[in-house]
Design a protein around this ligand. Sequence first.
Ligand SMILES: *[C@@H]1O[C@H](CO)[C@@H](O)[C@H](O)[C@H]1NC(C)=O
Ligand SMILES: *[C@@H]1O[C@H](CO)[C@@H](O)[C@H](O)[C@H]1NC(C)=O
Ligand SMILES: *[C@@H]1O[C@H](CO)[C@@H](O)[C@H](O)[C@H]1NC(C)=O
Ligand SMILES: *[C@@H]1O[C@H](CO)[C@@H](O)[C@H](O)[C@H]1NC(C)=O
Ligand SMILES: *[C@@H]1O[C@H](CO)[C@@H](O)[C@H](O)[C@H]1NC(C)=O
Length: 452
Amino acid sequence: MKFSRAALGALGASLFASAVGAVGLNLDDPESIKKAAKTIAAGMRKYYTGDKPGDVPGNLPQPYYWWEAGAMFNAFIDYWYYTGDDQYNAITAQAMQHQIGDYNAFMPPNQTKTLGNDDQAFWGMAAMSAAENKFPDPAEGQPSWLSLAQAVFNTQAPRWDDSTCGGGLRWQIFTFNNGYNYKNTISNGCFFNIAARLAKYTGNTTYSDWAEKMWKWTGDVGLMSKDYHFFDGSDDTINCTQVNHIQWTYNAGVFMAGAAAMWNISESEEWKARLTGIINATDIFFSKDAANVMFEVACEQNGKCDVDQRSFKAYLSRWMGHTVKVAPWTRELIMPRLKASAEAAAKQCNAGDDQSQCGLKWTQNGQNDGSFGVGEQMAALEVIQSQLLDQVAGPVGEKSGGTSKGNPSAGSQSEDKPISFNSITTGDKAGAGFLTTLVLVGILGGAWWMVS
Ligand SMILES: *[C@@H]1O[C@H](CO)[C@@H](O)[C@H](O)[C@H]1NC(C)=O
Ligand SMILES: *[C@@H]1O[C@H](CO)[C@@H](O)[C@H](O)[C@H]1NC(C)=O
Ligand SMILES: *[C@@H]1O[C@H](CO)[C@@H](O)[C@H](O)[C@H]1NC(C)=O
Ligand SMILES: *[C@@H]1O[C@H](CO)[C@@H](O)[C@H](O)[C@H]1NC(C)=O
Ligand SMILES: *[C@@H]1O[C@H](CO)[C@@H](O)[C@H](O)[C@H]1NC(C)=O
């Protein structure tokens, strides 16, 4: 019996698939990494409907909240940056522009009833990535990527609240929303991240001063421990005297990238020690059994990660890659973990109708756990495409190739113009850290590492 070349190729491919997953990944070959990223990005794009007639650009369908859509477009911006494949640039630009909202600061009235600082910031960080990666600039007359990130910063800085807990940002922006009393780490971490990256991009020390201030507060109030573990948040009705000690990958990630930017600007021993400490403390998110493979320690083993949390590994992965570019000496600390995680993630992107959907758990030696969604897909995409970091230039700044024009006063009109509201209700509550508030009560008496 004779095989045609095509049949042989197919046979080879299927043998390969059963051995290392349908996506296939050879980390020594950039083309293989790009191919894997392309397959997984296509799987993520399938969830997006906002570009369909009658739908709203920028929105994901239920059950995905608005913030995760912002996070997803950041992943598409990264995808283009790492692979050069621009097939998602148009939907990304359309979505980002449609969601600009009030003050050109990602505060669309449709989101007001649940708008958290973290929700807004995930879109702001996407704009920051667009500026740093030289994502094609919007048409003349449209707010630039950089100015959008500045506007998020300028709307959030005045929300710094000294009335309780010695400072910090609240989770929710508006007093009438549930969660207004919660000062959560991700909201404060996102602000730190944006401030530090704006400082690096623009050289304006106003931003780095704010990053320093936020860093100090996070430690003082106990949301970051002395050995650089980041906890979920605290309740300001008790003046933050107790802390919800749950730990999430995304909090470590968002602070890691900000600290890397602060080191890059200062090249100081102080920021070097801090960044080293943050990286070291991410230990708890890497499996011992499946050596160096990332997992969400609070909820993955017990199967309790919610829709939001299933995306968190995307952000730690994203910001670990970013950190290697910005603080190159972190390579030896970060790459072994990122590599092992990328390999393990790809290995289990082998299920679903196209035999290439990714699950949540990367630690099961290629066994897909059947949990599918935007978060699972995004996490695998970010960890795999980060393996292309040697193929790309690092994030640019104003004096190092950046083309996005800044506007230091973007968004600052929010202080004198009233916010527009759209069907305000405090009934349905949803945001980047929603579950975090629910678990607060349970956690004070429970195990810190697990969602109970
Ligand atoms: C707000 O909601 C309306 C009605 O669904 C929609 O037409 C509009 O595009 C939305 N705007 C944004 C910025 O999402
Ligand atoms: C609340 O905590 C801050 C520091 O975290 C402290 O400075 C302040 O005095 C406390 N306020 C009250 C009323 O205890
Ligand atoms: C690394 O983390 C461990 C556990 O948190 C801690 O005991 C150790 O001191 C840390 N080492 C460095 C260099 O930060
Ligand atoms: C700072 O970051 C840029 C990339 O944004 C990188 O090219 C540069 O080498 C970094 N600086 C140092 C001192 O490592
Ligand atoms: C630096 O940033 C601050 C805060 O946005 C702004 O008020 C100030 O004008 C900026 N300075 C320069 C020189 O751009």
